[in-house]
Ligand binder design. Structure first.
Ligand code: UTP
Length: 293
């Protein structure tokens, strides 16, 4: 079955980046001259999805606005003959993907956010993309397209995993895997644990925010009990999935990632995107040389 839909949850509070995110959604923070969410939507569109569903909150309307046509701005740029800016602006609203949104009234966790899309998903398979995890790939959308293609062949739930340091791992959903004997590049998930303590970590892999599910995930989410902080975790739903002997595949990220949800990750992303930017990269590199000693 074709995977057409993607759920992008943006209803979280973004507390790690406060006070910057008090009035501005973290998804709208810029990397050079584009907000983070635009890179994410471009990745999804390039991977070949047709429908994007934001799980949103009343404070996040600027994300939806960003993907709408802005007639006033476009006509001003046209009158001032600012053609390249106009084209850049038009490219946003003409991305080949349909965007809609659903509200999550209260931030009750990632699992709860995904569950808000149940009716709109309507028994179809779907992807989940976390918007604060930016991927740098040899070709934008490469990893997600690979997972999509695999699901369309074998209908198996999959998650994208990436390596990181021991210190970083305890901030994430840590994944233990074993190699699939038939397909070298594929792994089978044995265990997933949300933010384990350093002592309990037996893997160097974590879930890097790209998933493909079939609609059975909703029944697992409905069985998850809130954690200590009162949130319904997606990781716990995946745990139930594994417990039911429902296998989950893991794809290893081909590329690198930036966690833009925290200060250091966001700053590293700014530096890297600025260095690779065609118009400012060279000047920025010269500027950074000042700090080399
Ligand atoms: P995070 O925990 O990384 O983001 O959730 P957060 O809650 O916004 O940020 P912090 O931890 O307070 O700094 C991963 C993704 O899930 C969404 C977030 O918006 C983020 O994109 N999310 C999380 C929801 O949509 N709803 C929730 O209830 C929780």
């Amino acid at each position: 079955m074709k995977v057409k839909k993607v759920v992008v949850p943006i209803a979280g509070l973004g507390t790690r980046l406060l006070p910057a995110t008090k009035a501005i959604p973290k998804e709208m923070l810029p990397l050079v001259n584009k907000p983070i969410i635009q890179y994410i939507v471009e990745e999804i569109s390039k991977a070949g999805f047709e429908e994007l569903i934001f799980i949103t909150h009343s404070s996040k309307y600027s994300v939806e606005n960003h993907f709408d046509t802005s007639f006033e701005l476009e006509s001003t740029l046209k009158n001032r003959v600012k053609r390249s800016l106009l084209n850049e602006l038009k490219a946003i609203s003409s991305l080949s993907i349909n965007i809609s949104s659903i509200r999550q009234g209260e931030a009750k966790g990632l699992g709860h956010a995904i569950n808000c899309a149940k009716n709109i998903i309507n028994n179809e398979p779907f992807a989940v993309v976390l918007p604060d995890m930016l991927l740098r790939e040899k070709k934008l959308g490469f990893n997600l397209a690979l997972m999509k293609k695999a699901f369309e062949k074998n209908s198996r739930t999959s998650i994208l995993v990436a390596e990181t340091s021991k210190k970083e791992l305890s901030n994430y959903g840590v994944v233990e895997v074993k190699r699939n004997n038939l397909q070298k590049e594929l792994f089978e998930v044995l265990k997933i644990v949300e933010k384990p303590s350093a002592k309990k970590i037996k893997s160097n892999l974590f879930a890097v925010g790209r998933y493909i599910f079939n609609d059975s995930i909703f029944s697992y989410i409905s069985k998850v009990k809130p954690d200590k902080t009162g949130e319904i975790q997606l990781t716990d739903a995946i745990k139930l999935h594994l417990k039911e002997k429902d296998s989950v595949d893991a794809f290893k990220l081909d590329g690198t990632f930036h966690d833009c949800g925290d200060k250091i990750g966001y700053l590293k992303a700014i530096v890297e995107y600025a260095l690779f930017d065609k118009s400012i990269g060279k000047d920025f590199k010269t500027f950074l040389k000042k700090y080399e000693k």
